[in-house]
Each structure stands twice: as C-alpha cells, then as structure tokens.
Design a protein around this ligand. Sequence first.
Ligand code: BGC
Length: 443
Amino acid sequence: MTTRRTFLGAVVAATAGAAALPGAARAASAFSPAFPKGFLWGAATAAYQVEGNNVNSDVWAMEHAHPTVYMEPSGDAANSYALWPADLDLVKRLGLNSYRFSLEWARIEPGKGEFSVAMLEHYKAMIEGCRARGLVPVVTFNHFTTPIWFAAQGGWANPESPSLFARYCERAARHLAAGIGYATTLNEPNLSGVLDLVLPGDIGPRLLDADKAMQAAAAREHGVARFLPGNPLYVADPQVVQANLLAGHKAGRDAIKAVRPDLPVGVSLAIIDDQAAGEGSLRDAMRDKLYRPWLEAARGNDFIGVQNYERTVWDDKGRLPPPKGAETNDAGAEIYPASLADVVRYAHTASGAPVMVTEHGVNAADDRKRVRLIPAALKELKRAIDDGVPVLGYMHWSLIDNYEWVFGYGPQFGLCTLDRKTFKRTPKPSAAVLGAIARRNAL
Ligand code: BGC
C-alpha cells in the first residue's frame, strides 16, 4: 500500500492537453458561477484511514510485518469507528450536503464467508445518520484494504477473488443499499500493480523491493505461500491482478444492482492530468496503460468516479520536472488547479459516463495552499460543466487529516485538523472556503 500522491507528484510541468469538448470557446466568454441544482458537495474519507484498530485488514498485517515499509502503525487513527456521529455533524456544520466514506470489508466479513450483522448494522447507522442530517451517503464498498484471510489466499491474484468480492458486495448491499445515495465498488483499482510505471527516478525499484520483502514477511508470519494486500506496490503478475480487479468491479456492480437496480453504481479511478510535450510524447501510451481498460469498463456504468491530485507532462523520454517557480505541495509536486477539470473532461469523453469527483485535494501542511486551490480548481470544473460535461458532485479529500498509508500521519490532506490524543477535529480556513461555495452552490 502506498500513497500515489506523494510519489506521482514529484515530477511534473508544462502544456495543456486534455480532451476538449465542443463549445469550450463559447463557454469561456460566458462564465456562470452557479453549479447545477442538486450538485453534491462533500468531503471524503476511507474507513481504514480514519476508523482505527482495523486489526483484521491486510494493511494492519503489513504495518506489523518485519520488515515493513510503513512509517508508523495506524493505531486508533481518528477513532471514527466510535466518532462517526461527530464526523457527520462536522460535514453538516461545514455546509456540505454529502459524505463519501467506505465500508471496511474485513469488519463485515472477518472470516471467509462469515458475515457480521453487528458490523453491517454499524454501517447502516452511519448511512441513516447521513440521511438524518440531510447528507447524501456516497459509499465505497472497498477502499484498498481487504480482509487478512483474502490477502492470505493471494488477494486479487486469486482466481476466486472476483466472486469473493461479489459475494461480499451482495451481502453488504442487502443490508445497506436502501439508504445509499451513490455506490462505488473499488477505489483506484487502475493503478494496482502498474504503479512502477509512474514512479519517478529510482523510487520504483527501491520501494518495489522493500514492498516485496514486506509481503514475503507477512506470508511467513501468516504461514501462507503468498500474502498479497489489496493495494500493493509490488505485484509479480500485474496482468492477472488487473484482470481480476476488472472482473471484480463488474461482478460487484452486478451484485449491488441485483439488490437495488436503481442505485447508481460506479468505480473510482485515479487519473493524472497527463499532458503531451513535443514530438513522440509518451502521453498516449501511458494513458492506454493506466486508464484505458477501466474507462472502457466504466462505459454504461451510472457514473465514473474521478480522483485527481496533479498533472504530469510527458515528452518522448519520460516525465518533465515541475516548471521553475511553480507552487508545490508537500511532496514537491506542482499544484496545478486546472488538472481536475482536464481529467473530468477526459474521463467523460473516454467513458461516456457522467462524472462524480470522488477525490481531489492537496498534501499541504500550509492550509493557504488548499484555500487557493479549491476555488481555482472549481472554476475550471464549472467551465467543463458549462461545456456540457455531466458532473454530479465534488468530494474533497479529505474531511480530516488522517492515516496516509505508508507515510503514516505526516502528510496533511484534511479540511480539518485532527488531535491524535483527544481526537478533536478543528476546521481549517479551507473548510470555510469550500463550505461557503457549497452553501451558495456557486463560486
Ligand atoms: C486514495 C486515498 C489517499 C489519497 C491521498 C488516494 O489515492 O484514495 O486513500 O489518502 O489519495 O494520497
């Protein structure tokens, strides 16, 4: 498990290049700050990153493996397993009208085929808690982490994985689907096993080796031949894993739709604003590898979830560094507000599906960067909407500073700070900026 943001960022620059829709020039002259009626304004979290003590999840095993690449264990995280009502109150108080969160598969199915009614009830209470506050629940069925038993059976490399995932989706949907507003199956499956293609410099080989050693340690410690976590950096057989994830999305989606055909179900993809520079740019080849199968899989889905944090400029050799003097995030990547709208246009053009921004944000301890980014990115997003791209909503990552996977609690993506001793959440100025836009439904 890794954070893409922190790696992918470190290497960007230049030109514009996402697919333009007809009418772009027309809309540029008639900018309207108002968003469509019913637009969803939300903040996003993922269960593992905020709940705490997910001891049956694969990442818990990886954090405690010897050796591990995790800088620190997740521990109590934000204690959101207990404090979810406070999280929902916070979302409401900020002025947002929706909340994206995920179900922890390992809580719902702690043993293979053993489902916990108590845990399903927990998530049902969260969904009902959203409804009681007038918040639309946007629910991710699986955000990276899988149960330890699943990882110990080869994870997404196991031929049984798509049907195991579909069974879990069906069981969870039967209990929960009635109250859900929008569902996604998987989070950023498009990068699983192909991350080394986008890692800069020697990070790939270095981290891949360390990740491989950690997986081997987890396998030893669990007495199995292979322990493959839900979102590994090192994958020996990426084609197999990608094929199973694609089949898993389809089977999971079918399972949820079978329970509640009118529930909109999609998948969230990580999409970088890949831009081409000069003759023979690698941009299109990279897009084919990183997104094409998933954009095709999303054809005919009710919507496609788009998650964007940055742009990358490709020449004929690789990525260009960030332009000199560009504002950067805490990982050294350029902050480029137009990237979100660019990928929204691209994802819609390539998939034909309506778009929901299920993540967008910035790794920045200095909240002034977030304060500047949010309106600037939303202005470009509104231009895309004016050009005819159907966009259902915008979920900012993240509601609170949280557990940023291998990097632990260092990186700060939150609209609110988290005191890790008292679990007190405190809104930052950027939360007021987003909240004001959401309340007005306009820039
Ligand atoms: C993931 C989140 C992560 C965020 C920031 C996305 O890749 O879905 O889990 O925390 O980006 O790195």
